[in-house]
Design a protein around this ligand. Structure first.
Ligand SMILES: [Zn+2]
Length: 577
């Protein structure tokens, strides 16, 4: 037997964007060893006639940090063809962990990233210490490959304690944070993440620790990243339009590290041309000033389930953070009072940028109600219901959610997917200042199906709308993210590459129907979907998915910066600094 595996007769779309070719792919020792006409004997054969053979998809923005302990398959991502994930985004890693932050991190994470807190407290041991300890713990336990960023809020709470982290850091605090970051990067963490986004609040309604950091702290920590090979930066300066200061800060961080800085997320919606152009100009500003800044754009095909109980996203509306800092009973009293209600709506309508559409009450679909009083309106939009009742839109919304004790599930869909908007989306995906992703997989579990952005792109944008070729779409979710993060030997099908491979049916591929699945520790629920058309997924040459079934194998490598990644500089080496 010459090869471990041969995938025969499929259309190989190799990730580079080159036209697909009908050839065989041979795998041995976890690597692709030959692409062409292969006659020799093999241990395993996959007949891929009529199927596409592509590199495994690379998801650079996930929050699987806690899930690794209760679901080492990191489902549902591998089912959707994802073979490599990056975790620890937005400043929220679970390492390093010490006495000072061990109680805080799970509660903050549960709130800010929308995970059931009971599931995190009972399903995760919370007993590691350093980043090195955390990474070692994962070696040999996971289905996909994974790489991990070190989160700023986690470092801050470790050094300053839960309460201390809601204020400025002293120079001694910063020295300690830098030392922890350095240790983690040396152990192989992929980089540093942080946030100033207005949507990022902890379980008691305070901004998360990194939002109390000043520019010097962020730039100082970024400079530590520049000391280590194969590392990167991820930072959210705001969920609103970039100010000049925000552009300068992102640039200064990138410059201090001499690394690419990735910010998220850019969503193309009806009528936000000027906003998108402005946000993308941050990359031009960085380029002109010695940095490199890239936007993480969404595929635009995700749904969001929202509610006034957790309040996530709504709490970023102007003046609404105060409202959501109140307990549920107090919030209900506010919503029952016509004057207080009117004031909330007035403030909401002043939202700008990405948040403007959050206050378009008429567009929300009433997905689930609980009181029985409004069952008849399930599946209606709030606008339709308001017209039917002959009352204002926000009033109609308040009537339902008050009756439901705020638990009403509201669904946001792409009411904006006009032909024109899809064309603008495509232009953004192709832009050299952009990388595609923003799944937030593993987070906002009651809210979004972003994990399905891969199968969503291949069905909605490629097959249904024929906006772009299969070859280009595959490139955008394989080689492109791999190159921007410097991942060695991932993202293409070529001899010598790791055998991360997806075999799918281009005629049927789709994200499947999302539903809530109650399979988390303590019975917690999450949005989940099994795709259609993904037939085989291989990680490092081992089959991990067949149809919609996850295998028992755990071939995923925990990637270490430097060893498994190369440096992506902000400025090419040798150029003037
Ligand atoms: Zn995130």
């Amino acid at each position: 037997v010459e090869h471990d595996l041969v995938i025969r007769g499929g259309l190989v779309v190799d990730g580079t964007g080159a036209p697909g070719r009908r050839v065989d792919v041979a795998v041995s020792g976890g690597r692709i060893v030959e692409v062409g006409s292969i006659g020799s004997s093999t241990a395993q054969t996959i007949e891929a006639d009529g199927r596409v053979v592509a590199p495994g998809f690379i998801d650079i923005h996930t929050h699987y940090d806690a899930q690794v302990f209760w679901d080492p398959t990191l489902s549902p991502s591998p089912l959707h063809g994802v073979t490599t994930v990056v975790g620890g985004n937005c400043g929220f890693s679970v390492a390093p962990l010490g006495e000072s932050n061990a109680a805080y991190i799970p509660r903050m994470l549960a709130r800010v990233e929308g995970m059931p807190v009971e599931s995190l407290l009972t399903g995760v041991p919370w007993n590691w210490s350093s980043t090195e300890d955390f990474l070692r713990r994962l070696d040999g336990t996971l289905v996909p490959n994974s790489a991990w960023l070190i989160g700023h809020s986690t470092l801050r709470a470790f050094v300053m304690g839960e309460d201390g982290a809601s204020g400025p850091a002293t120079s001694e605090d910063l020295v300690q944070m830098k030392a922890l970051l350095r240790d983690g990067l040396r152990a192989g963490a992929l980089g540093f993440s942080s946030t100033w986004a207005q949507t990022h609040n902890d379980h008691i309604g305070r901004p998360v620790p990194s939002r109390y950091a000043d520019a010097d702290e962020l730039i100082g920590l970024s400079s530590v990243v520049g000391e280590h090979d194969g590392t990167t930066l991820s930072f959210i300066a705001t969920s609103r339009e970039f100010s000049d200061e925000a552009m300068e800060l992102m640039t200064a961080m990138s410059r201090a590290a001499n690394r690419l800085l990735n910010w998220n997320s850019l969503n193309v919606q009806d009528g936000n041309e000027a906003f998108v152009a402005h946000q993308l100009s941050a990359s031009d500003y960085a380029r002109a000033n010695g940095g490199r800044v890239v936007a993480l754009a969404s595929t635009g095909s995700r749904h969001a389930w929202m509610n006034f109980h957790s309040g996530f996203v709504f709490d970023a509306l102007p003046g609404w953070d105060v409202f959501f800092a109140h307990a549920v009973a107090d919030r209900i009293r506010v919503l029952e009072d016509p004057r207080a209600r009117g004031e909330l709506d007035r403030m909401a309508q002043t939202a700008s940028g990405t948040l403007a559409s959050v206050a378009n009450w008429a567009d929300y679909i009433i997905a689930e109600t609980y009181s029985g009083s409004y069952d008849a309106y399930t599946g209606w939009t709030v606008g339709q219901m308001a017209d039917d009742l002959g009352i204002g839109r926000f009033d109609a919304l308040c009537e339902v959610i008050v009756a439901d004790q705020l638990r009403t599930v509201l669904l946001r869909t792409n009411s904006d997917d006009s032909e024109e908007t899809w064309k603008r989306r495509l232009a953004v995906w192709r832009d050299s200042r952009v990388v595609l992703g923003a799944s937030d997989a593993g987070a906002h579990l009651d809210m979004i199906d972003g994990f399905a952005y891969t199968t969503g792109l291949l069905s909605a944008a490629v097959r249904e709308r024929q906006l772009l070729s299969l070859e280009e779409a595959v490139h955008l979710i394989t080689q492109r993210p791999s190159q921007l993060y410097g991942l060695r030997g991932r993202g293409v099908i070529a001899p010598g590459s790791w055998a991360d491979i997806v075999v799918f049916d281009p005629e049927t591929i789709s994200p499947g129907v999302p539903s809530i699945r109650y399979d988390m520790p303590e019975g917690g629920g999450r949005v989940y979907s099994e795709p259609v058309g993904i037939e085989h997924v291989f990680v490092n040459g081992t089959e991990v998915v067949r149809g919609s079934v996850l295998a028992d194998a755990r071939p995923g490598r925990v990637l270490r910066s430097g060893r498994d990644s190369t440096t992506v500089f902000a400025r090419p080496p040798g150029g003037e600094s």
